[in-house]
Design a protein around this ligand. Sequence first.
Ligand code: GAP
Length: 491
Amino acid sequence: MSADRSDIIDKIVSLAKRRGFVFQSSEIYGGLNGCWDYGPLGVELLRNIKEEWWKWMTYREDIEGLDASILMHPKVWEASGHVENFTDPMVDCKQCKARFRVDVLSEMINEKKKTKALEELRNSIIDDSRLVDKYSDAFQTEDPFSTILEDADLSVKLLHEINCPQCGNKSTFTTARKFNLMFKTFIGPVEDSNAVVYLRPETAQGIYVNFLNVQSSARQKLPFGIAQIGKAFRNEINTKNFLFRTREFEQMEMQFFIKPADDKKWYEYWKAERLQWFKTLGMTGNKLRYHDHPRKKLAHYAKVATDIEYEFPFGWGEIEGIHNRTDFDLSQHEKFSGKSLKYFDDESKEKFVPYIIETSAGASRSFMAFFIDAYYEEEVKGEMRSVLKFHPRLAPIKTAILPLVNKDGMPEIAQEIEKELRRNYKVFYDDKGAIGRRYRRQDEAGTPYCVTVDTQSLQDKTVTIRERDSMEQIRIPVDGISSYLNDKLKL
Ligand code: GAP
């Protein structure tokens, strides 16, 4: 991506819409916040990303696939800790009804005001030794304002002199409350509390509850993994940055079941393997990095965790999480279901709950990272071209077939080529407009190769192949096109 970073997201959103990659959900009704639709080119790109992930992760003997249902028994989410812990602390403005996640609100308030508010709060509780004891640790944290803001008892006091960033009024904030991010619905015709089910906030739990089913039916032995791609839903308060944080998205998750003593080895293995996947599919190496989670910020299920981050135009952002989830999930499901999820090791004759190393990538977030990474603006012969330099395996259209002119037998040859290639590839036939314009249209769609039928094709049955990134053209026989493409589409 070499274009100016400041307006890159706007350009990407506009290109995505214009070329049919991504549309706003329910656009004709004004859109639905945090939801997006994938258009003709977008759905191909997304499918290709998922397909590449599936092949990389499951075309090996120690990983099996699974497709579990989105709706699961509500006890699953009690066992997993999501009912209790999958929450964001929020405050509302009583005046304008705006709702803020406390860390986001904290970022909106300037440092001077925060220091003053903390000082006043400290002075107001100084005579109450019970409160001083209770909150002394909170004042010592790295970000005392956010920490105290999460506290239901003190949040109103802390915000007393702070203006609402939306309506500007003072003393209008509610106490901080926990807001669960899971979407609820009802199963069956009666809408009461016994019928509540959740749209899954992660695909992982479908894997854990099927651990023994998969292990015994596929006759796997530890270490082995189960992979799944599917939709997940989170009622995010602040959706932002296009596809980065949405309410409906897809995950590509793999849970690797291991002996507890091997956890460090497999954690390192999967860290390396997952980073390599992004690089192999062409993502710029120096825009990728690991971000290890500090112990204090670990999710409730994790012993260690790292994110693979991509440098988006708005800063570094997580595209995949790798977690050592220990035996937390399987033990919890044993406890809540009353069923054993222990594994019997033939060699040691031991029965134990395996540890799990999880790799959890967002398909939609990876889509956005691949899209941004591929976007270039280049000057070619005094004109700007925008081009999406997707890895050929990810490119939505693999090749465009272009008769130079729409006469003299060229369309007939081009249509024959199209018919042949269509059997194996997503191709596009275009006979409209000047050839240069047609190439530009394909550049913008990310098509890696254009096959052009010209006058020479009529004489010697050859065509030119124009390569998207270098814009170089070579001449090859018509009956060599398929093997040329096959070769280029290898990893
Ligand atoms: N099972 C573990 C888990 O769900 P996570 O870090 O919450 O971990 C994993 O999510 C990945 O899912 C993230 O790295 C991101 O790519 C994707 N993801 C999470 N929330 C998302 C959202 N609201 N919108 C788009 N992608 C999201």
